[in-house]
Design a protein around this ligand. Structure first.
Ligand code: FES
Ligand SMILES: [Fe+2]
Length: 387
């Protein structure tokens, strides 16, 4: 991507975000629709920042693997024979066929095209009919490994070897969420979206993190128990935002259990306030996590174009809860109620994606409840302005 000129153009458009929340606006609507902005965003954000791929516990045993496509790049997260997690390119070093698909357990990655076989460390261990090729040396051939870091059980990758480590940037989040013992949680359900997600990835992030829309989109579903005005925006010291939504008095799951679903106990380590709080966390750019009083949900979210995003919802529970007799029923119930709220949000973001194309669309002034959107816009603008 040629820099310089693109950078100049975006710098003037992004100046509306401003240096302070008080005078700032959101990203211009064109940032959610323009293919040129999207291309620059891939170059300046997705090729340089830490991107969440999922949870380490999705591959618990040696040989477990999960194939993913990130920005058109076929990758595989796997656990090697020594139990170490690795993220490899799954593009064959022979003629580029993806060497594995889907998820499962395997001892080797065997390319379906000509059966070149790779070990779980990515090294080529077999290649039929290659003995007569001058200079062919299997020992020198390896699937490229992508730099990764594990934070609280989440797997992050980075395509840039110069980017600073992620962990130190998230110390504040670790401290705030220590009671949930995140690294011990187990991912028990993954729900790919069964609809076409034809909206910009940032629109999903904006809609996810701000509690303000409870007074509109979720007026009947969420606002009665989690009113927008009881939300508390956490002061952030890194590439993240967090919102605590307090249950109305007497309306927390503990105080008013849902008659349709046997409740699980709250997170074993949760304090009194956390037992009546629903917390939202956005780690920039692509990790969106929600903490209910008894379990965690997060989105696997990868952009697929200016107006298309891959979305999958994952459900994680404390190991203690999994032994309880009502566990399976509760998991089912939580999935159903997620779909109900999701559909309210989706109706909104689909319409917004269209409206952002209007000549009259412009970033309006913010409510104090939308501070996290501005924090994210500021973070995006900083990265888009750099060369
Ligand atoms: S492309 Fe993989 S073995 Fe030929
Ligand atoms: Fe919502």
């Amino acid at each position: 991507m040629p820099d310089g000129t693109v950078s100049q153009d975006w710098a003037s458009k992004l100046s509306v975000v401003s240096e302070s929340f008080e005078s700032g606006r959101g990203l211009p609507p064109t940032c959610y629709t323009d293919p040129a902005f999207h291309a620059a965003e891939i170059d300046r954000i997705f090729r340089r920042e830490w991107l969440c791929l999922g949870r380490e516990d999705e591959m618990p045993a040696p040989g477990d693997y999960l194939s993913l496509d990130l920005l058109g790049d076929p990758l595989v997260m796997l656990r090697d024979g020594d139990g170490a997690l690795r993220v490899l390119s799954r593009v064959c070093r022979h003629r580029s066929m993806p060497v594995i698909e889907g998820r499962g357990n395997t001892k080797t990655l065997v390319c379906p095209y000509h059966h070149w076989a790779y070990g779980l460390d990515g090294r080529l261990v077999g290649a039929p009919e290659m003995g007569k090729t001058p200079g062919f040396d299997a020992k020198t051939i390896c699937l490229p490994e992508i730099r990764h870091e594990i934070w609280e059980g989440f797997v992050f990758i980075n395509f840039d070897s110069d980017t600073a480590p992620l962990g130190p940037q998230l110390r504040g989040v670790s401290r705030l969420l220590a009671n949930y013992r995140l690294s011990e949680l187990r991912t028990v359900r993954s729900l790919p979206f069964d609809i076409e997600c034809r909206w910009n990835w940032k629109l999903m992030c904006d809609n996810f993190i701000e509690p303000y829309h409870h007074v509109g989109v979720h007026l009947k579903s969420l606002e009665p128990s989690l009113p927008a005005r009881l939300s508390e925006i956490v002061e952030s010291d890194g590439p993240w935002t967090m919102v605590h939504m307090r249950y109305r008095k007497g309306r927390s799951p503990e105080e008013a259990p849902d008659p349709d679903a046997p409740a699980l106990p709250p997170f074993p380590g949760a304090d009194a306030l956390q037992r009546r709080t629903f917390t939202l966390l956005h780690i920039f750019p692509n990790l969106l996590v929600s903490f209910f009083t008894d379990h965690m949900q997060f989105y696997r979210l990868f952009p697929e174009g200016p107006d298309r995003v891959h979305m999958e919802k994952l459900f994680c529970y404390p190991p203690e809860a999994m032994a309880l007799p009502q566990f399976e029923d509760t998991v089912e119930h939580n999935e159903r109620s997620f779909i109900e709220f999701r559909d309210e949000d989706i109706d909104a973001v689909l319409v917004l994606q269209q409206a952002y194309r209007s000549r009259h669309a412009q970033p309006g002034v913010f409510s104090h409840l939308e501070r996290p959107i501005w924090d994210f816009a500021r973070w995006i603008a900083d990265r888009m302005e750099r060369v």
